[in-house]
Design a protein around this ligand. Structure first.
Ligand code: CAA
Length: 261
């Protein structure tokens, strides 16, 4: 269950069905230390299991969504240590959240910050957002999906430029490149993300989770297998009350009243 408070994040429920997790280590520009990641995963798992929650929004501050993994925390670690504890493996828990997730990015999303945003299903950027994979400047490479998710989002040449030069891109370019779905004025970013979350939360939650799982399957499967998986998931939805209700509501020209479990 949710803790009454967390040291490194702020948890709120700004709208029915929407959880807002705000990264809150302002002095370190939300650098993603182990303790912050523990807090984030703990709270996200709580909402992932909650019947009421239909969307999770993750955001940071105006200055930084997150400036990456915590360089001070990891700088003196030795190979044996990072290998044996499989550093960053736990980040997979964020990508494994089944509830739709939205990253609302203002300011810097660098290194692990950009990777965290890419683990979310949808990214909305404030107009001053900056994205980058600057690990190359530290003598390392991205370790939480930057080389893998970026290439799928923006293609090889742009992903290579970011990973090899460490250059940042701004919000407008991130939208052109397909990394973010939409750019909004920085001051309305969180409202817009919550509004989108609330729209998603109003749908059939079974259908929303299946849509997420099926879109994500496209990362892993070839086209024939992906299409087969999609079609079988589509068939499965005919076992739900929500499909009957959604289609009846259309025919009766009224709003659907989906079951909330
Ligand atoms: N880790 C630890 N501390 C960090 C940090 C990070 N990733 N990013 C910023 N901070 C700290 C700074 O050390 C500074 O702390 P002090 O006040 O104690 O000195 C504080 O946050 C404010 O930062 P700056 O003074 O640097 O702020 P700025 O406005 O001058 O610069 C910035 C902002 C360009 C984002 C700059 O902070 C920066 O380059 N940060 C590092 C970005 C980076 O390299 N990220 C990749 C990390 S590695 C990684 O993420 C691996 C992976 O794949 C998971």
């Amino acid at each position: 269950s949710l803790k009454s408070s967390y040291d490194n994040i702020i948890v709120s429920e700004p709208s029915p069905g929407v959880a807002l997790l705000t990264l809150n280590r302002p002095k370190a520009l939300n650098a993603l230390c182990d303790a912050l990641l523990d807090d984030l995963i703990h709270a996200a798992n709580h909402f992932d299991k909650s019947k009421e929650c239909g969307a999770i929004v993750i955001t940071g501050s105006d200055k930084a969504f997150a400036a990456g993994a915590d360089i001070k925390e990891m700088s003196s670690r030795k190979f044996d240590e990072v290998f044996m504890k499989n550093m960053f493996k736990q980040w997979g828990d964020v990508a494994a959240i089944e509830t739709p997730t939205i990253a609302a990015v203002n300011g810097f999303a660098l290194g692990g910050g950009c990777e965290l945003a890419m683990m979310c299903d949808i990214m909305i950027a404030g107009d001053k957002a900056k994205f980058g994979q600057p690990e190359i400047n530290l003598g390392v490479i991205p370790g939480c999906g930057g080389t893998q998710r970026l290439i799928r989002a923006v293609g090889k040449s742009k992903a290579m430029e970011m990973c090899l030069t460490g250059n940042m891109i701004g919000a407008e370019q991130a939208e052109r490149d397909g990394l973010v779905c939409r750019v909004v004025p920085a001051e309305s970013l969180v409202d817009e993300a919550v509004k989108m979350g609330s729209k998603i939360a109003s749908k059939s939650q079974v259908a929303a989770k299946m849509a997420k799982e099926t879109v994500n399957a496209a990362y892993e499967l070839n086209l024939a297998e992906g299409l087969r998986f999609e079609r079988r998931m589509f068939h499965a939805l005919f076992a739900t009350e929500d499909q009957k209700e959604g289609m009846a509501a259309f025919i009766e020209k009224r709003d659907a009243n989906f079951v909330h479990r």
